[in-house]
Write a protein of this length. Structure first.
Length: 175
């Protein structure tokens, strides 16, 4: 065969494949049934539950250059609606001076994290005033969280306390 004959044979084969082979290939790919799709994978968007009572301790110090070390206890109750968490907390701190507070909390939960703002009434040894601040907590297990918060106290003297927290959560089924 000459080069010209081979070229014509290749062109003829390509044309025949295009005319007769293409419909056969599309029919082979479409066997008349539907290809089953896998079930959708659920992406977990729910956050850890912060609902219920908690009790814990805290340890920290004055952020305003003082040498005050404070430690104490906190008790609170959270409610949770989706990612919104709200509740109330009472605490008492011991240091150079004893101070306590009753505060509301409002926060946003995401996965195991809770970021919140807080404000309320503060009571010191000789005065009453207000306290406000914020913090973040992380659930290390279903019933244990660690966190850090900063609280600004407006009493006879104004001061800021930064403290670490450890809390045990009792869930929403109690009380």
């Amino acid at each position: 065969m000459t080069g010209r004959a081979i070229r014509n044979l290749v062109i003829l084969a390509a044309g025949a494949t295009a005319v007769f082979g293409a419909p056969a290939m599309t029919q082979a790919a479409d066997l008349g049934g539907k290809v089953p799709l896998p079930d959708p994978v659920s992406i977990e968007t729910a956050s850890a539950t912060w609902e219920g009572w908690y009790l814990g301790g805290h340890l920290g110090g004055a952020a305003d250059g003082g040498n005050d070390v404070v430690g104490g206890l906190q008790l609170g109750r959270n409610r949770q609606n989706g990612n919104m968490v709200y509740g109330a907390e009472a605490d008492i701190s011991f240091g150079d001076d004893t101070a306590g507070s009753i505060r509301g909390r409002l926060g946003f939960a995401g996965q195991s994290w809770l970021a919140y703002g807080t404000a309320g009434l503060a009571v010191g040894a000789d005065a009453a005033g207000v306290v406000a601040g914020g913090g973040i907590e992380y659930k290390v297990s279903d019933n244990t969280s660690i966190g850090a918060e900063a609280l600004y106290y407006d009493l006879d003297e104004n001061f800021t306390i930064i403290r670490g927290r450890l809390s045990w959560h009792f869930g929403g089924s109690y009380f």
